[in-house]
Design a protein around this ligand. Structure first.
Ligand SMILES: [Zn+2]
Length: 683
């Protein structure tokens, strides 16, 4: 079986060169059968519960399942085809059903409880104890304690939610892939950077069309919004972008409106079945924050501090647009354009100018140098089967040359690949049958690909994105935990999971990191010091606006899952009404009435950030405060690095994040470093 189906080969890395959509269903058949068998054996075992007869056999079966299904999910996200999507969506319901059954299996739940109540439990190390406590908590949240008739309904709700969330994403992707604007008059593209125009030309040619093809994918959309002189072009692109997958989008089949309503209703119902008032209450149980009220207070405190800065930013922008750009009324499609012009005037550089200094090979070498010096590790390129010829693969070695882990790097945007940037686990570190399984990570971005035979070049923001995702990757790879379920990023509280990633972003603002990481794509000269100084001066350009935007999203998400009643009644009648209220409270930039931002807010409607979007800001407090220790010791300090590796990265989910933070920092987190890094301390 394993020989004929590459998804069932667990002897090493996933066989991406051999996996085809037709392998998916038979692999899921085989893995489900094996997993069911393991569950039955554990659940019906009459021997006293031990680590060896409860945890290990389940971990073995689930590890294979996760690795195979994880590879399918990954492929569906990065090289989606109609066949693959069908195979993925076709099997998703039974995969979800399996996990829901597992989470509700009262027999397993009792085995875990017996294990926790056994004499051996007290002798377990912290990681083992944490895993068992987490499992018991998740059983409860998965409905294990429910009476049978409610259990059945709960399971239906979970399955329906999984399909709706997948559909939400599909609609956004379809809407993006379907939309194109063909331009025949090059004058329309005035101001758009050369490499974007050149890419648009190839894209049109690939479709057998004359002229240029513009799309809603980031590497095209963003520069058009920032640089296109033609206001009508910006307006057209903006309208298409903010109405993606909505009632105002191109195709009613991809309208996410009913899906959003249904998701909110089902989440509320699931929460009620479990005995909680709102979905936010359930969502917060495994998180660092203790209650929705604590989160709302945290967000509103930050909003209050940031809003005056945001208002000042906006007043400056409108004044500049009036005097310098002849724009009496600043519209939503002018914001990026005017901001870029103001930034260029004030700091005398543009993203396009800066990106010439950040060719990909330099950036990767610079990134690797940082982590090699602070953590005492080494990274080298290696070979492995990949899913696209532009994907690269690397190994991470410790001081003594032992293998720590491996990762794939898939940097470029392309058709059939989900937008955004993310890290996902491919293989988790664990001890099994006396040997340690090395962790493997997928690091995925949507950056500009190389054009005209030159290396890809990145804007400073894009460099930050790579550092960010790499931070997640290190959390996954530098773990020392051998217990499944709490190694790497597994079992880490959602609102702490962005700590290692946002932490990494700080290095992109240090001259001793940036100088050697830069080199002009044509001449090789490093970034001039005065250009870097202007970058730094511009760092907090519009930081008030950026902060209130994030707070707007976070407040919207939390209120939607806490205060909004999806079954009617209450203060707000629709999700849009919640968003409008939040915008009145914290936003500074007016949005057009047709703005359907939430219809593509995948973090909250398709991903795991529901009632959790605040995590970005929450973790930013932690990451800024963690980085302040490096500011005290010297930013490439291996002493601080070793401590961060030992107390935070190595621990994964084996203990509460607050304990790891305090062990590293020597005190509780403080908000000061975040405000300072954002220029929000009044002198
Ligand atoms: Zn992240």
């Amino acid at each position: 079986m394993a020989a004929s189906n590459p998804l069932l080969d667990f002897s090493g890395l996933p066989r991406f060169d051999a996996i085809e959509p037709r392998h998916v269903a038979p692999a899921v058949d085989a893995l489900l059968a094996a997993a069911h068998g393991a569950v039955e054996r554990v659940a019906t075992d009459s021997a006293p519960a031990t680590w060896e007869n409860v945890i290990e056999p389940l971990a073995d079966a689930l590890d294979h399942f996760d690795r195979a299904w994880g590879a399918v999910r990954h492929l569906n996200a990065v090289v989606s085809t109609p066949e693959l999507r069908e195979a993925y969506n076709g099997n998703l319901p039974r995969v979800t059903a399996f996990y829901t059954d597992l989470a509700q299996d009262l027999r397993l739940y009792q085995r875990y409880r017996a294990l926790r109540d056994s004499a051996a439990f007290e002798t377990f190390d912290r990681a083992r104890k944490q895993l068992i406590e987490n499992e018991l908590r998740d059983f409860r949240l998965g409905g294990a304690e429910l009476p049978d008739e409610r259990k059945a309904r709960f399971k239906d709700v979970q399955e329906a939610l999984a399909s709706l969330c997948a559909k939400f994403d599909d609609n956004v992707l379809d809407a993006i892939n379907d939309w194109a604007l063909y331009i025949e008059d090059e004058g329309e593209l005035e101001g758009v950077p050369h490499d974007v125009v050149s890419e648009a030309r190839s894209a049109a040619r690939a479709d057998g069309r004359p002229g240029w093809k513009l799309t809603l994918r980031m590497p095209c959309y963003l520069p058009v919004m920032q640089y296109a002189q033609r206001r009508t072009l910006r307006e057209t692109m903006h309208r298409a972008y903010v109405t993606r997958a909505s009632d105002l989008g191109g195709n009613p089949e991809w309208d996410n409106t009913p899906i959003i309503d249904e998701i909110l209703k089902l989440r509320r119902e699931a929460a009620r079945i479990l005995g909680y008032e709102t979905y936010a209450d359930v969502s917060l149980v495994p998180k660092m924050a203790k209650s929705a009220d604590e989160v709302l207070a945290f967000l509103r405190d930050l909003a209050q501090r940031a809003k005056p800065f945001a208002q000042r930013d906006y007043a400056e922008l409108t004044a500049f647009a009036r005097t310098d750009l002849d724009l009496d009324r600043l519209e939503a499609w002018d914001i990026a354009f005017a901001s870029e012009k103001l930034k260029a005037k004030r700091y005398a550089f543009s993203d396009q100018q800066v990106r010439q200094y950040f060719p990909e090979p330099k950036v990767l070498a610079g990134l690797f140098r940082v982590v090699e010096s602070i953590y005492g590790i080494r990274i080298r390129e290696a070979r492995a089967p990949v899913w696209h010829p532009t994907v690269r693969f690397y190994e991470l070695l410790d001081r003594d040359d032992t293998l720590v882990g491996q990762f794939y790097l898939d940097n470029y945007a392309r058709a059939g690949k989900q937008g955004g940037a993310w890290m996902d686990d491919a293989i988790n570190r664990r001890q099994s049958a006396g040997r340690v399984q090395h962790p493997v990570a997928y690091i995925t971005c949507n950056l500009s690909a190389p054009v005209d035979g030159k290396p890809a070049t990145f804007t400073h923001d894009e460099v930050i994105t790579i550092f960010h995702e790499f931070g997640h990757g290190l959390h996954q790879l530098l773990t020392r935990v051998e217990v499944p379920g709490v190694s790497g990023i597994e079992g880490v509280e959602w609102d702490a999971v962005e700590l290692p990633s946002q932490f990494m972003e700080n290095f992109c603002w240090e001259w001793q990191v940036v100088e050697p990481m830069s080199g002009h794509v044509d001449t090789g000269t490093p970034l001039p010091r005065d250009l870097f100084d202007r970058l730094i001066a511009a760092k907090n350009f519009q930081s008030g606006l950026a902060m209130v935007r994030q707070l707007e999203l976070a407040l919207f998400d939390m209120l939607l899952h806490h205060a909004y009643d999806p079954d009617g009644g209450g203060e707000w009648t629709t999700p849009q009404a919640v968003l409008d209220a939040v915008r009145r409270e914290v936003a500074v930039i007016p949005r057009p009435a047709y703005d359907r931002f939430m219809h593509s807010f995948g973090h909250v409607f398709a991903g795991g950030y529901a009632a959790g979007y605040y995590s970005y800001k929450w973790a930013e407090v932690l990451s800024a405060d963690a980085y302040s220790l490096f500011e005290e010791h010297g930013v490439l300090s291996s002493v601080a690095g070793q401590r961060f590796r030992d107390e935070v990265l190595a621990r994964g989910g084996s203990r509460p994040a607050i304990e790891s933070f305090v062990a590293f920092r020597g005190r509780a987190p403080s908000i000061d470093a975040l405000l300072r890094h954002n220029g929000m301390i009044e002198p």
